[in-house]
Write a protein of this length. Structure first.
Length: 256
């Protein structure tokens, strides 16, 4: 019997691997699922410099970077930017990508209107320094906003975050710096793996249009809009998302 393919899950900013609990249960019959904490989260040391590329290098090293240790990678939000960096730097290791609520650029800038305003990101950074607990609660509410199951989504996000020790403020601030400054558009042509871009139609953090644009910029990607979903579509739609992911990740095996 063939071994199950390995699937690595990467969470977003100010989150925790527990956010993937329902999705993991829905996927583990078909995959060896590993939810990896981003550097600086869950007791894992932070990296220096704190960039998507350096974070990807640390995660790749934790699995072993040989071609024999290949895997599929799912990244959510900030985790999707790390997944893109990982796929580009280690094409022999990353077979396929699933990018959930993903964008190459979180903030509006020249030629890119699908994101937060620079003023809002400055406000987030200031509030993080002043009252991090209030900011994290505000961010949970923003992630749940627009979802048809907003109350349940917010509860699951709060549970995943607040039942564990929060990352130190320096890690949260460094993550906000990534969201504020990173623009991956110029490097997307080097991400050649098949990619599935999944986006909630009502996402209030990264607009659905950002995911659609990302899928057009990647050489080998397709886009799936998830009706009635916000920024975390896998929380209340774990089975539907798992079915979509299973079909996508098994395409290569079916062709072989």
């Amino acid at each position: 019997m063939n071994a199950k393919p390995q699937l690595v899950l990467l969470h977003g900013w100010a989150s925790h691997t527990d956010v993937f609990r329902s999705l993991t249960r829905a996927l583990e019959k078909k995959f060896r699922v590993t939810a990896l904490p981003l550097p600086g989260y869950g007791g894992v040391p932070a990296c220096e410099p704190y960039t998507p590329d350096r974070m990807a290098a640390q995660l790749a090293a934790s699995l072993g970077q040989s071609a024999a240790n290949h895997c599929h990678v799912l990244g959510w939000s900030l985790g999707a930017q790390v997944a893109l960096a990982w796929a580009r730097r280690a094409p022999a290791q990353v077979s396929r990508l699933a990018l959930v609520a993903a964008t190459p650029c979180f903030v509006q800038r020249e030629g890119w209107l699908y994101g937060a305003t620079p003023a809002l990101m400055r406000q987030f950074t200031a509030q993080l320094k002043r009252d991090s607990a209030t900011l994290l609660r505000r961010f949970v509410a923003l992630q749940a906003q627009g979802d048809a199951n907003a109350v349940r989504v917010a509860h699951q996000l709060r549970t995943a975050l607040f039942t564990h020790a929060a990352p130190v403020p320096a890690v949260l601030e460094a993550g906000l710096d990534i969201l504020r400054t990173t623009d991956l558009r110029d490097g997307l042509g080097g991400v050649l793996q098949p990619a599935l871009v999944m986006h909630g139609e009502a996402d209030a953090v990264t607009p659905c249009a950002a995911g659609e644009a990302l899928s057009r910029l990647l050489p080998n990607a397709r886009f799936e809009k998830i009706p009635g979903a916000g920024h975390a579509p896998f929380l209340c739609r774990a089975d539907a998302c798992a079915a979509m992911l299973t079909e996508f990740f098994h395409e290569s095996a079916a062709r072989a």
